[in-house]
Design a protein around this ligand. Structure first.
Ligand code: TXA
Ligand code: MG
Length: 343
């Protein structure tokens, strides 16, 4: 069956055969797409699918080969563990041990943009590769109906890192996924743009106390209202999230943060009602200064500005409240000095 594919970068609509080996198949959600996705996962293949945060690169979490294929496709360092996605709390309880605080959080926020890092249960079916040698496993129950349908139909945990090449900007549309990969992903389930736009908040525990490992789409204040103040990974010194590499989410162009004036040749990532002037191209995260709107726009706007003939991307200050904490975390990493060679 032939289908139309938007060739990355060219802007041209070209006709390609479904058996082409240079691009992934994109399908909108349907019973047939779901059936194909389950079949591909079942034989160890890779399926990208939407969640409410970003698109995930899914594989059978119980298969060493499938999990290894995820690391290979992303060129992800083996020390950076993956999140196992499951359909509900009961399925999560089969693979990890819940403390009282973890149970409170899961009951309150699942399904939703919260990842919990918990001790693996004895006999946990999830591949040890997903934990990257740690005793803990990250688990999440996503809320997106397509993710929910896929997890329910597959019936096993699915590892799903963000569907971008390691170190690059996370994908919030199916086209972003297609732009980053060739034929490594057999099927991309295309359900449009992700509603939240930044990844899940990752919480670990140290002696029962919750630690914020990655700020994300569930704001700190909502979590603290349930379990009290969150510890920080840096302060504890022992527990860390290996994925919190300094340089991450990096566009090709250099980023300048907290700018008060645009320099010649720069593109501008603006925020609020009075954007700076003088940029070669301006995209405004939120004219109204709304943190949720800004988070939803962040990665798509970074990708678009990165494609401009500009010398760099100037970024206006985003207040560190609500989702601003996650936005600023991503921007700091996007602006950090890049490793000499890919991680
Ligand atoms: O919103 C999300 O979380 C998306 C969607 C697809 O669900 N997934 C995602 O996965 O962002 P990834 O692999 O890009 O980020 C997972 C983060 C990394 O920072 C990783 O280091 C951390 O979670 N993590 C995973 N397992 C961990 C573990 N056992 N201990 C500590 N940190 C862990
Ligand atoms: Mg990621």
């Amino acid at each position: 069956m032939p289908f139309f594919h938007n060739a990355p970068g060219s802007g041209l609509l070209v006709l390609v055969a479904a058996c082409a080996t240079t691009s992934s198949m994109k399908l909108e959600p349907s019973d047939n797409a779901l059936k194909q996705a389950v079949e591909i996962l079942g034989r160890g293949g890779l399926v990208a699918f939407p969640t409410e945060t970003v698109y995930g690169l899914g594989a059978d979490a119980t298969s060493d080969g499938a999990v290894a294929a995820v690391f290979a496709a992303k060129a992800r360092p083996q020390f950076n563990p993956l999140i196992a996605h499951v359909a509900n709390l009961q399925a999560a309880q089969q693979v990890v041990e819940f403390s009282e605080a973890a149970l409170k959080l899961a009951t309150r926020f699942w399904p939703g943009p919260l990842t919990l890092v918990l001790p693996r249960r004895a006999g946990c079916a999830v591949s040890l590769l997903a934990s990257a040698g740690l005793d803990d496993l990250a688990v999440r129950v996503p809320a997106h109906p397509v993710a929910q349908a896929l997890l329910a139909a597959f019936g096993r945990p699915v590892v799903a890192p963000s569907a971008n090449r390691s170190g690059r900007v996370s994908p919030t549309t199916a086209q972003h996924v297609a732009d980053d990969f060739d034929d490594e992903i057999e099927l991309i389930m295309d359900a449009g743009a992700c509603a939240l736009g930044v990844e899940s908040t990752v919480i670990g525990f140290e002696q029962g106390a919750p630690i914020l490992l990655r700020p994300g789409a569930l704001p700190r204040a909502e979590i603290e209202a349930v379990v009290g103040p969150l510890g920080s990974a840096d302060a504890s010194g022992r527990i860390t999230s290996p994925g919190q590499l300094i340089s991450h989410y990096a566009p090709s162009l250099p980023l300048r943060l907290g700018v008060e004036a645009v320099q010649s040749g720069e593109a501008l990532l603006a925020f609020g009602g009075t954007p700076l002037v003088g940029a070669v191209r301006t995209l405004n995260l939120s004219v109204a200064g709304d943190d949720k709107e800004a988070a939803a726009n962040l990665f798509a706007f970074l990708r678009t500005l990165d494609a401009q003939p500009a010398t760099g991307i100037a970024v206006m200050t985003v207040p560190n409240v609500g989702l601003g904490e996650a936005i600023n975390d991503r921007l700091r990493r996007a602006a950090a000095p890049r490793p000499a060679s890919p991680e």
